[in-house]
Ligand binder design. Sequence first.
Ligand code: FMN
Length: 329
Amino acid sequence: MPDLRTTYMGLKLKNPIIVASSPLTSSIDNLKKCEDSGAGAVVLKSIFEEQINYVAGKDTSMNAEFLHFSDFQDAFDNMSKDYYIDQYLKLLEVAKKSLDIPVIASINCTHIDTWSEYAKRFEVVGADALELNYYPIASNASVSGDRVDRDAIAFARAARKMTKLPVSLKIGFEYSSLANTIKGFEKEGINALILFNHFFRPDIDINEMKPCAGQTLSSEYEFYESLRWIALLSAELKKIDFVGNTGIYSADTVIKMLLAGAKAVELCSVLLKNGLGTIAGMLCKIERWMDEKGFKSLADFNGKLAQENMSADGAYWERTQYMRTLISQ
Ligand SMILES: Cc1cc2nc3c(=O)[nH]c(=O)nc-3n(C[C@H](O)[C@H](O)[C@H](O)COP(=O)(O)O)c2cc1C
């Protein structure tokens, strides 16, 4: 039987399928179901910076859109800051005691100072790693792209100093130079990057003429940008592990991510739509594909189609036009 084990941020995973931060990982019962369904690791639901700020009375900007998206919608009531942190730490602690697979804590944040005091407590209760969902919106027209990129790297530097745990960043692709910014993350010692997050999308209800939440779940065609950027950078930036995220709905797409050089994938929408049983089905199909191709372990094909490893067509992943498709029609 092919060996599906992978190493991600130094953690040993029995297979590359990680359940992404979501309601699927928000309680011990759900986390156990993830493990029983064959997941290689889990990322706990995030604790939100807004959650901490809100209860600390620092943030008056939290709006209805955020509440709509947040898993914590029901919880923002007259609770103290410590209540949320303690609850989260309890979940983490019990998860570590109950599960054999790695458990990764998660924080949604744009500012380092808000949560830094808690990083140590994550270490103490045994988190295997820390995933930071970093989501600044560059909406200030007087702030340059270069400044946005440099702020992101400064965030990574501060995050790295905050904890001894492996640290990953889950990011979007809205940087003036994504490749250079990612190189900056690597230089600062960030251990892994999850490409890309599927952020909350504001929409408009034309009947009510009010803002409302857009489509929450991703679709199966949204994986291409992640695939492109993992293929472009995974073999060049060797000190950082890449994880495919958004729009991964099939074993075929998981295999594509691994061929592009991802060490693992994070799944959410497909599991919310089709159930956790999807994981076993995917693992089975990956094994079958490996058998057919004669691959005994992931290392036999991981990164085979990353740009640096494709000497015959080294610029393939930089293509943005459809020239060949148009010419052949
Ligand atoms: C209902 C829901 C809740 C989510 N909550 C979180 C969260 O708390 N923290 C986080 O980092 N990502 C959260 N996400 C994003 C997912 O972890 C994942 O990155 C995203 O949905 C893209 O993966 P997918 O295409 O497999 O869904 C959430 C997604 C959904 C649909």
